[in-house]
Design a protein. Structure first.
Length: 369
C-alpha cells in the first residue's frame, strides 16, 4: 500500500493535467477554425464598403457567402467559445448595411461601425479560445498575427483606399479634414504592417515547424510590395494617386488572404502535434501504472512465498526434537530396572554386572557384609 498509493496519486495527477491540456488544445483548434471563417468576412466587408461608396447598395455575393459560413461555424462552436451573442449583433448590423442611405460620410461611418464590431469578434474568439494565452511561443506569435494584425491590416487598407477616393472626389473646402483622415489610415497601415512582420519573424525564429518559414516568405514579400505601392500611391504632400491606391489595395488584400491561410494551417498543424504528444503522454501514463501494479503484484507474491518456505523448516525441526526426547525416555535400549531404570530404585542391579572371576565375588561378598 505504501507503494500503490503514491503511484496512483502521481498517475491521477498526470492524467488530470494531460486531460486539461487536451481540452485547452481542442478549444484552441476551435478558435483557429472560427478565425478562418472571420477572415473571409472581414475581406467581404471591405468589398461591401467600397461598393456602397460607389452607390452600389446591394449586398455583394461574397459577403452573403461569408456571413453564411460564419453562421455555420458559430452554430457548432459558438456555445463553447461564447461568441453567439456578439455574432448575432454583428450579423444584424451587416443585414442593415444595404439599407443605409445618405452621403458618402454616412455610408462610410456605417461600414466603419460594422468592421469595428468584426474586429471585436476577433478579440472575443482569441480570448475565449485561450489562443492569446497559448504556452507555445510560435503559436502565440502566429495568433497575434492572424487574429490582430491581419484583420486590422485588411480593414485599414480598405479604408485607406476608400479615403483616397473620397479625397479625390471632395470639394476644396472638404478636402483638408478628409486628407487628415486619409493620412491617419496610411500611417495605421504602416504600423500594422510593421507589427505583422515582427510577429511573423518571431514565430519563424522560435517555431518547431519545418515548413513555417518557407511558407511565409513568398506571401510576406508580396504583402511588403503592396505596402510599398500603397505608400507611393498615398503621395504625401500632394493629392493621392487613386489608381495606384486601388492597385495597392488589391495586392495587399490578396497577399493578406494567402498569408492568413498559411498561418492558420501552420497553427492547426502545431496544435495537432500537441494533441498527438498529449495522447502519447496519456498512453505512457497508463502503461507505467500497469507496470507498477504488475511489479507490486509480483513482489507481493514472491514475499508471501518466501515467508511460507521459511516457516516450514522450523516446524519440521521442532517435531524431530520431540521425537528424539520421547525415544530417550522410553526406548527399548533402556534397562528395565536398577540404575538404568528409575533413579529412585533402592536395589542396585548387580546381577547385570559380568562375572570375571574371584575378584567379582569378593566385591559382592564385601558389599553384602
Amino acid at each position: 500500500m505504501l507503494v500503490v498509493l503514491p503511484t496512483a496519486a502521481l498517475f491521477l495527477r498526470v492524467l488530470d493535467e494531460t486531460s486539461e491540456q487536451k481540452n485547452e488544445t481542442n478549444l484552441a483548434k476551435q478558435g483557429v477554425e472560427y478565425l478562418g471563417a472571420l477572415g473571409g468576412l472581414v475581406t467581404s466587408l471591405a468589398e461591401s464598403q467600397s461598393s456602397a461608396l460607389q452607390n452600389v447598395h446591394a449586398e455583394p455575393a461574397s459577403l452573403t457567402a461569408a456571413v453564411a459560413r460564419v453562421q455555420g461555424v458559430d452554430e457548432r462552436l459558438g456555445e463553447d467559445l461564447g461568441t453567439t451573442q456578439r455574432w448575432s449583433g454583428l450579423k444584424e448590423k451587416i443585414g442593415r448595411l444595404p439599407g443605409v442611405t445618405g452621403d458618402s460620410a454616412t455610408i462610410y461611418e456605417a461600414h466603419v461601425e460594422v468592421s469595428d464590431l468584426a474586429l471585436e469578434l476577433y478579440a472575443e474568439v482569441r480570448d475565449s479560445s485561450l489562443l492569446n494565452r497559448d504556452p507555445d511561443s510560435d503559436i502565440w506569435y502566429l495568433q497575434e498575427a492572424v487574429a490582430v494584425n491581419m484583420p486590422e491590416a485588411v480593414t485599414h487598407v480598405s479604408r485607406m483606399g476608400d479615403m483616397a477616393n473620397r479625397v479625390a472626389a471632395a470639394k476644396t473646402r472638404q478636402k483638408p479634414p478628409l486628407q487628415i483622415e486619409f493620412g491617419y489610415e496610411v500611417l495605421a497601415v504602416q504600423d500594422v504592417a510593421a507589427e505583422l512582420t515582427d510577429n511573423l519573424q518571431e514565430a519563424a525564429n522560435v517555431t518547431t515547424s519545418a515548413t513555417l518559414s518557407g511558407n511565409l516568405v513568398n506571401n510576406l514579400d508580396r504583402f511588403r510590395r503592396g505596402i510599398e505601392a500603397a505608400n507611393r500611391g498615398a503621395n504625401f504632400g500632394g493629392p493621392p494617386n487613386v489608381s495606384a491606391m486601388v492597385t495597392a489595395q488589391s495586392t495587399l488584400t490578396t497577399a493578406l488572404t494567402a498569408l492568413s491561410g498559411v498561418v492558420l494551417q501552420e497553427m492547426n498543424s502545431l496544435l495537432e502535434e500537441r494533441t498527438d504528444s498529449l495522447n502519447y503522454r496519456q498512453i505512457e501514463a497508463w502503461i507505467l501504472l500497469g507496470v507498477a501494479v504488475a511489479l507490486i503484484a509480483v513482489a507481493t507474491f514472491w514475499t508471501r512465498t518466501r515467508g511460507r518456505q521459511s516457516r516450514e523448516p522450523a516446524a519440521d525441526s521442532g517435531d524431530s526434537s520431540r521425537e528424539v526426547s520421547v525415544q530417550g525416555d522410553s526406548g527399548p535400549s533402556s534397562p528395565a530396572g536398577g540404575y538404568g531404570g528409575s533413579p529412585y530404585d533402592p536395589v542396585p542391579n548387580y546381577g547385570d554386572v559380568p562375572n570375571y572371576g574371584g575378584s567379582a565375588r569378593q566385591e559382592r561378598s564385601g558389599a553384602l557384609r
